[in-house]
Design a protein around this ligand. Structure first.
Ligand code: PMP
Length: 434
């Protein structure tokens, strides 16, 4: 299968070899690395992608959840052109649209009393942490193993993996209710914040249990620790994010975090981040009363502000959000049915899910430690083989098995995907169990 992949994709191979001269590893986004080389894409339209060798794919990755709008949504196209023509890109002043966009977000997420924009989810988390640190005068933060809060805020395999000062972080186990309560109580007066995802996304689409997330919220409150909910990925899962009441039963929670961070889908595919929450906390960045700066040349750039308003009010409306997540639930349930009695598991919520290969049929997934596999193990090989198989069958899939639905994907297309997985499982029965 690997050799067929190489033979089928000479254009991608050549471009990868050329890119190795300029970019370490041949790309500028570690997650896109794949062995022997990643497929190089040429263009996208709707929920379809075309690579440089002319293969067409149905997009089941949706840019790792950020690409919910697909690749050429007419409303976004029109907004892009009219903003360029009638407004201008970056005027260097405040604009009506930044307030309008802020208002739309605030009304979708009631725990957000005030918010500010930045350029990525990573930045949003860094700013939220900065608020918590300024407000409390403390620097340590509790985070969870397997968490991904951005390129420089990656926490995997028991260590703060990337760039961050290890002394600043206390790593806890995701979904461990008892331990987290104890940890927060023990650290009263010692930590500024607890930062958590409602579903660990990059960590394998593992939902936090309602009990776990409530325990964090309650213990944080009792112990004067600021509760930051990272909704950069999960905002797409319900009209008001996973913290809202209108929710998938699996996550039937209504949270009220002190701070929320956002990014990815909120600006229709434009570069964006946002952080918001309690007004008293956000006043750390109110220049009338505070010297703490939150600046950024592109924070209120015209494209993100204008298209953000359109994206959330015209395209990814609460109704469409609910519909897409329903389709996702059906899709995941069908995949889970296929996985029954096999060494395959499917995790996720609504329109986002992840296929895993595991050691035993009875294996349960609660946190990153349950899906960590050795390089070269049969689980890893199966993941690679699935990827080769899916691509050859015309389905765009990520090497890590993460899937997220794009607006415009039909029920029939999800059926086609399920059938493709079924074929894969029957071809590899001896390895996946039956
Ligand atoms: N937090 C979470 C939960 C994410 O999934 C991501 C992106 N995958 C980020 C933060 C970082 O966002 P960005 O890539 O926009 O910096």
């Amino acid at each position: 299968a690997r050799q067929r992949y190489i033979d089928r994709n000479p254009g991608s191979k050549k471009l990868h070899e050329e890119a190795l001269e300029n970019l370490p590893g041949g790309n500028t986004r570690s997650i896109l690395h794949a062995d022997p080389f990643p497929i190089c894409l040429q263009r996208g339209f709707g929920n379809r992608l075309v690579d440089v060798d002319g293969h067409e794919y149905l997009d089941f990755v949706g840019d790792m959840t950020a690409g919910v709008y697909g690749h050429s949504h007419p409303v976004i196209q029109e907004a892009l052109i009219s903003t360029m023509r009638e407004k201008g890109l970056n005027l260097g002043g405040t604009s009506a649209e930044e307030n309008q966009f802020a208002s739309i977000i605030r009304h979708r997420i009631p725990s957000i009393q005030k918010l500010r924009f930045c350029n990525s989810g990573t930045e949003a988390n860094l700013y939220a942490l900065s608020i918590a640190r300024h407000f409390t005068g403390l620097s340590k933060v509790i985070v969870f193993e397997g968490a991904y809060h951005g390129g420089v805020l990656t926490f995997a395999h028991g260590v703060a993996a990337n760039n961050v000062d290890k002394q600043d972080w206390i790593l806890a186990k995701y979904n461990d209710v008892k331990k987290v309560k104890k940890l927060l109580a023990e650290n009263k007066g010692r930590v500024a914040a607890v930062l958590v995802e409602g579903m660990q996304g990059a960590g394998g689409c593992i939902p936090g249990s309602a009990e776990f997330l409530h325990a964090i919220q309650d213990s944080a409150k009792e112990n004067g620790i600021i509760f930051i909910l990272d909704e950069v990925m999960t905002f797409r899962l319900a009209p008001g994010g996973v913290q809202s009441k209108i929710l998938h039963p699996q996550l039937g929670i209504a949270l009220n975090p002190d701070l929320t961070t956002l990014g990815k889908i909120i600006a229709g595919g434009m570069t964006i981040g946002a952080f918001g929450g309690r007004a008293d906390l956000l006043s750390v960045y109110d220049p009338r009363i505070s010297m703490v700066q939150h600046s950024g040349t592109f924070n209120n750039n015209s494209l993100a502000m204008v298209i953000g308003c359109k994206a959330l009010s015209i395209i990814y409306t609460p109704e469409i959000c609910i519909e897409l997540n329903k389709l996702g639930d059906m899709f995941r349930e069908r995949l889970q049915l296929l996985a029954k009695e096999k060494k395959m598991k499917v995790t996720g919520v609504g329109s986002v899910c992840n296929i895993h290969f595991v050691r035993t049929i009875a294996h349960e997934i609660c946190g990153i430690e349950d899906i960590t596999v050795e390089p070269g193990s049969s689980e890893t090989v199966l993941k690679d083989l699935l990827c080769f198989h899916a691509l050859e069958s015309g389905f765009w899939i990520s090497r890590r098995g993460m899937l997220s639905l794009v607006i415009g994907t039909t029920k029939e297309e999800t059926d086609g995907f399920v059938e493709m997985i079924q074929r894969f499982l029957s071809e590899h029965q001896e390895f996946v169990g039956s």
